[in-house]
Structure formats: structure tokens, C-alpha cells
Design a protein around this ligand. Structure first.
Ligand code: KIV
Length: 275
């Protein structure tokens, strides 16, 4: 069954946890979808884990469209959420609606995600009015890495915790259908989850959220540049890939690959005529 913003709302109402992962290509999206994932985010973490940038700031709307369309072709049932990259929504409301619309029209996403609280609510409301469902993102918002001065847990002081709660309520009032909470103390995330009517999706925000999301390369052990404390490794695919690559290189070098079973034949009669 296709997941939609309505099934996400229903999951919260029924107390059913939502499982989300990132994906950036057709094959991975297909595997996640076959495994039964509720939602797939084409995150702007694309910049780190696929394109090799040191942060997400250089990712463009074109990058997101390209990868979102590939994911959408691979996933039949998952809700497809596409990140709005840095500066695609902050400058003006019309810009934000136009760029979000492109992620749906050309990227075939079902909805968009953007970072920020009260300050982006006019954009959220305008997108929702245009028929574009929006997921919010609060806490450690990586597009503000230069303002934060590093990857730090957010919402630890009373003022910051109050601001997080009021931002979550403002996003809900503006029409956001769900909110990602990243790197937020577990008890604060649980409080936000209780205070808002829309599902919260945690990443480094504890088990009290309505759902969870991880970057798939992190949870499969495929990305070693840095590993946040909140990542659990569910498989060691990176090591399996390295072993597979090394075996291939060995067999090519020693001449044992390709063997007869991986080779095409030609009739000897035909071949003799060539000499
Ligand atoms: O870009 C991304 O992958 C994200 C998740 C970490 C939530 O925004």
C-alpha cells in the first residue's frame, strides 16, 4: 500500500512507529521499498555521502531533482520526501514554492522537507496552499552548520528548548504534516512529540519520537568520514563491498575471472574461417 501524508497521520493516531531511511538512487530505493520502509528521504546529505562534499551547502535543486526522480522510479510504496537544498527556500516565498514544485513535478517526490522553524513558516504555508505537503526539520539543521559552529546537540538550555517547542508548534500551525527532530535530547523530543499533533521523526532524538530516520550509508557501515553517536550499525556492508572489490581485483590479476561460465561461445567452424 502506498504511504501518503494521510497514512503518516494515521500512524501517529494509532501509535504505530514510522521507519524512514535516506536513499539517493533507484537500486537502493527499490531494496528499501521491498523491505517495507514507510518513507524515503532524498536528503541533501547527498552532498556528504554521495557527492563527497564536506557539508550540504553546495547541493543544488538540479542535484535533488536528478536523485529524487531515480528514487521515485525505484519505490512503489514508500512516501517520497525530497529535501529542499540550501538557499532554495530562504530568499523568498515565491522562490520556495517554485523550487518545491519542481521537486514534485520533475523529481516526482510526494512532498518536500525544509530546515527551520518560525522563520520559514510563510514558505511552509504557501507551499501547503499550493498543494505541496511539507515536512519540517528542527534541532541540528545541517544547512546552518556555519551558524552553529559545528555538529552539536540542540535544545539543551531552557531558552533553546522553549524555542524548539514553539518552532514545532509554529510549523504544525503553518501546515507541516511531520517534523524531523535531529540531535535533540530524548526527553525534549518526547515532549515535542506529545505537544504536536503531527508525527515527529527522530534522528539522534531518542525513542519517544513517532518515527526514526537514518542515513542508509551510516546504518549499513558504508560511510566512514564521520559517524555520529546516534548511528547504530545494522550491517557491515562497507566491509562486504571492500572484500568483494578486493576478490574481483585478485581474480582479474591472476586470470581466474572470467571463467567459462561467464564467457560466450562461438562455433569452431565460424572461427576457423577467420584464420
Ligand atoms: O539530509 C538528510 O539526510 C537529512 C536527515 C539526516 C534527516 O536531513
Amino acid at each position: 500500500m502506498k504511504n501518503t501524508v494521510a497514512t503518516f497521520a494515521q500512524a501517529k493516531a494509532e501509535g504505530r512507529k514510522l521507519a524512514m531511511l535516506t536513499a539517493y538512487d533507484y537500486s537502493t530505493a527499490k531494496l528499501e521499498d521491498e523491505a517495507g520502509i514507510d518513507g524515503i528521504l532524498i536528503g541533501d546529505s547527498l552532498g556528504n555521502v554521495v557527492l563527497g562534499y564536506e557539508d550540504t551547502l553546495s547541493v543544488t535543486v538540479e542535484d535533488m531533482i536528478h536523485h529524487s526522480a531515480a528514487v521515485a522510479r525505484g519505490a512503489k510504496n514508500a512516501l517520497i520526501v525530497c529535501d529542499m537544498p540550501f538557499l532554495s527556500y530562504e530568499v523568498s516565498v515565491p522562490d520556495a514554492v517554485r523550487n518545491a514544485g519542481r521537486l514534485l513535478k520533475e523529481g516526482r517526490a510526494n512532498c518536500v522537507k525544509l530546515e527551520g522553524g518560525e522563520e520559514v513558516c510563510p514558505q511552509v504555508a504557501a507551499m501547503v496552499a499550493a498543494g505541496i505537503p511539507v515536512m519540517g526539520h528542527l534541532g541540528l539543521t545541517p544547512q546552518s552548520i556555519n551558524a552553529f559552529g559545528g555538529f552539536k546537540v540542540q535544545g539543551k538550555s531552557e531558552a533553546a528548548a522553549r524555542k524548539l517547542i514553539s518552532d514545532a508548534k509554529a510549523l504544525e500551525a503553518a501546515g507541516a504534516f511531520a517534523i524531523v527532530l535531529e540531535a535533540v535530547p530524548a526527553k525534549l523530543a518526547a515532549l515535542v512529540t506529545k505537544e504536536v499533533g503531527v508525527p515527529t521523526i527522530g534522528i539522534g532524538a531518542g525513542a519517544g519520537c513517532d518515527g526514526q530516520i537514518l542515513v542508509y550509508q551510516d546504518m549499513l557501515g558504508m560511510f566512514s568520514d564521520f559517524c555520529p553517536k546516534f548511528v547504530k550499525r545494522f550491517a557491515n556492508v562497507g566491509e562486504a563491498m571492500r572484500d568483494g572489490f578486493a576478490s574481483y581485483i585478485n581474480e582479474v590479476r591472476e586470470g581466474s575471472f572470467p571463467s567459462a561460465e561467464h564467457t560466450f561461445k562461438i562455433d569452431d567452424e565460424v572461427l576457423e574461417k577467420l584464420y
